[in-house]
Write a protein that binds this ligand. Structure first.
Ligand code: K1U
Ligand code: ZN
Length: 175
């Protein structure tokens, strides 16, 4: 397993990749599982609760996630070719963050519950309903597969301010 670099919006080349629509996976094989292992290790190290493959420069439709709280056993989850098959009319607001937009947090309103279908780590098809943080996180990560960042849900002013701050922080860290 190896740690991958997480692409961030302050870098023009990274942003171009992050805006791509990710391609479907054709087979869940050992090569793909190695990528999922790398993604999970990278997500834990960040630390984060979710990660899409495009965030490590691989624009394929894979998401990893672990919503276990501090002190609980690890609970890794893998979503290959995920689909959102139903969205509730009820909405839910949550203050989101993103490893590709470091240190920026803001409220995003999304459907409170969604039904999803995907292939798991073993390549088996799973269907389930998500609510609470699971629903927030899967929709945030699904957006990444479509080239959408959580700041794209904010006003233009907030989005431009966010990118400016990430750039400023990156310059200060490099100095
Ligand atoms: O960049 C990402 O997609 C990961 C992102 C996932 C997410 C967070 C909050 C709402 C929606 C989606 C993160 O993990 S940001 C970091 C974070 O939330 C966190 C980090 C350490 C402990 C607990 C949370
Ligand atoms: Zn994100």
């Amino acid at each position: 397993m190896s740690l991958r670099r997480i692409l961030t919006v302050d870098n023009k080349a990274d942003l171009t990749v992050l805006k791509q629509v990710s391609k479907p996976v054709t087979a869940v094989d050992d090569g793909l599982r190695a990528l999922m292992d790398d993604m999970l290790e990278t997500m834990y190290a960040a630390p984060g609760i979710g990660l899409a493959a495009v965030q490590v420069g691989e624009p394929v439709r894979i998401i990893v996630m672990d919503l276990a709280r501090e002190g609980e056993d690890k609970a890794p989850r893998y979503f290959v070719n995920p689909e959102i098959t139903w969205r509730s009319d009820e909405l839910f607001v949550y203050e989101e963050g993103c490893l590709s937009v470091p240190e920026i947090y803001d409220e995003v309103e999304r459907p409170a519950r969604v039904k999803i279908a995907y292939l798991n780590y073993a390549g088996e098809r799973v269907e389930e309903e998500a609510e609470g943080l699971f629903a927030v996180c899967i929709q945030h990560e699904f957006d990444h597969l479509e080239g959408v960042l959580f700041i794209d849900h904010l006003s233009r002013l907030k989005r431009e301010r966010a990118i400016k701050k990430v750039k400023k922080d990156a310059q200060a860290a490099a100095a």
